[in-house]
Design a protein around this ligand. Structure first.
Ligand SMILES: C[S@@+](CC[C@H](N)C(=O)[O-])C[C@H]1O[C@@H](n2cnc3c(N)ncnc32)[C@H](O)[C@@H]1O
Ligand SMILES: Nc1c(NC[C@H](O)[C@H](O)[C@H](O)CO)[nH]c(=O)[nH]c1=O
Ligand SMILES: N[C@@H](Cc1ccc(O)cc1)C(=O)O
Ligand code: SF4
Length: 452
């Protein structure tokens, strides 16, 4: 085959001795035929599509185009020509975290935040009052949603009752220190939720990992934790902390995090108390294609049981400032070919999740737009502030305006639509009728969010 039609993959195949490898007895053609006709794909089918055939080395560009076409067609059948996005704000409460995930440069060791420590650090903690002020300002500009994900600050407790339990415990494994020991007090999770629920804005927060932190040292179930958080103002849950839901990979990239079963249990609990969730995969580091498909299989199975996953978000690993890269465990993140195939195979494999998100934070505008023709139909949100990808070395900025969204989406011949977090409310935007601003948020009146 000509060189021009070979694409690269950055999977560091020789560096890790995995139990699960990208092998299959299936043929690429057969898997493609199943994908085209809408038959539910097996793990082996998924591996064939994601690798463009295990019979060939590298990525075959002609085959890749066939997979992308099948996914684009499926997207059209499932959701049509609308491209959605949400008017939202990211408000990360604290970067203090001792979990030590090797792909993450968002966190700072929490000791640096102690009041009696004068080491310099670039991290931050917001009090509930500060979070409220930041949200209140964004609400005035018309946002619909606040997304809030944070480091696992040792002073965090779920609520006052949880704090009493933590204060009374002499277990050193609980990763708890009283808030008085720190320069800044993050309050309790419930206080943060209540503070951010300004004017009933939609609050999207408390990943399974954060929920785990919010129940440490107690016999409380995830259901108990999520129902207390819901009472405090939480509306929906971000399905991050998923990374790769295969434990042999988690043991390498995030040995301090909860395992696959526990992540699934937390999302099931959120569903049980009536809260929709999203689901993510963070791919393009040490894992191989078989791990990516096993992850999709865990998510599809879970969605068969709960039905409340609103969107699936492939998060392409951003490598430059991370321990994984510093330690030579990876040389780079996923290639563009791998990104396109990840979006396409997510669309084809997850036959029970309607929306696949293209993240401009991870892909940038041009590549992000391309993804909308590879199976994705959602283009994320305005976010207004971004710390996680920026600190990892990503360079695609911290906000998108509605004007930028309308221009980009119209340019590819699709229909721009403002959505609510759960996709239940949707508002088409007429590209011929500027100015463009959000209308779904509690204080939204169509005024542009950010002038750029
Ligand atoms: C930084 S954590 C914050 C919330 C909480 N500490 C947790 O782990 O659930 C949110 C997510 O950001 C993503 N993330 C972190 N570093 C990343 C990187 N370098 N590239 C891509 N995604 C990253 C991971 O998927 C992670 O679960
Ligand atoms: N709200 C969404 C974000 N927010 C950006 C995060 O701050 C973070 O940078 C990162 O994505 C974590 O890996 N990002 C999305 O990709 N999608 C969202 O809906
Ligand atoms: N839209 C997804 C993706 C997301 C990704 C990273 C985040 O930090 C937050 C959200 C969610 O809300 O779960
Ligand atoms: S991904 Fe989350 S838990 Fe892991 S180190 Fe980063 S902030 Fe902490």
């Amino acid at each position: 085959m000509a060189n021009a039609s070979r694409g690269a993959s950055n999977v560091p195949r020789e560096r890790f001795d995995w139990e699960i490898t990208a092998n299959s007895d299936q043929s690429f053609e057969n898997a493609l035929e199943k994908a085209r006709s809408g038959v539910r794909l097996t793990v082996e089918d998924g591996i064939e599509l994601l690798t463009t055939g295990t019979d060939l080395q590298g990525i075959d560009r002609e085959r890749k185009e066939l997979v992308l076409e099948a996914a684009d067609r499926r997207r059209r059948e499932v959701v049509g020509e609308e491209v959605t996005f949400v008017a939202n704000l990211n408000n990360n409460v604290t970067t203090a975290c001792n979990t030590g995930c090797l792909f993450c440069n968002f966190k700072d060791r929490s000791d640096a935040f102690l009041a009696d420590n004068d080491v310099d650090h670039a991290g931050f903690t917001k009090t509930p009052a500060e979070s409220r002020e930041i949200v209140a300002q964004a609400i005035e500009t018309g946002i619909y949603e606040v997304t809030s994900v944070s480091g696992l600050h040792p002073a965090f407790a779920l609520d006052d009752e949880h704090r009493e339990i933590l204060e009374a415990s002499d277990r050193s494994d609980l990763n708890y220190k009283p808030p008085e020991r720190y320069e800044k007090n993050p309050g309790t999770y419930c206080e943060q939720m209540a503070a951010m629920s300004v004017d009933d804005v939609h609050l999207h927060s408390m990943t399974p990992e954060e929920a785990y932190h919010a129940r440490r040292g107690t016999p409380w179930s995830y259901k108990e934790v999520y129902s207390r958080l819901a009472d405090a103002g939480l509306d929906t849950v971000p399905g991050t902390a998923a990374e790769i839901l295969v434990d042999e990979v988690r043991n390498v990239i995030c040995p301090g995090k909860i395992g696959t079963d526990e992540w699934v249990m937390a999302i099931e609990a959120a569903a049980a108390v009536g809260m929709p969730t999203t689901a993510t995969i963070m791919y393009g580091h040490v894992e191989n294609e078989a791990h990516r498909i096993h992850h999709l299989d865990v998510i599809r199975d879970l969605q068969d049981r709960i039905g409340s996953i609103t969107e699936f978000v492939p998060l392409s690993f951003v490598h430059p400032n991370t321990p994984l890269y510093d330690r030579g465990m990876v040389d780079a993140g996923a290639t563009r070919d791998e990104d396109e195939l990840m979006i396409a195979v997510s669309r084809l494999y997850l036959d029970n999740i309607d929306h696949i998100q293209s993240s401009w934070v991870k892909y940038g505008d041009n590549h992000g737009l391309k993804m909308l023709s590879c199976g994705a139909d959602d283009f994320m949100g305005t976010i207004l502030s971004e710390e996680i990808t920026k600190r990892a070395g990503g360079g695609f900025g911290e906000a998108r305006s509605f004007a930028e969204y309308v221009e980009m989406v119209s340019a590819i011949g699709r229909i721009p639509v403002e959505r609510s977090t759960d996709y239940q409310q949707r508002q088409r935007i007429d590209p011929d009728n500027p100015p463009f601003g959000p209308v779904l948020g509690p204080n939204a009146d169509g005024t542009p969010l950010v002038e750029r």
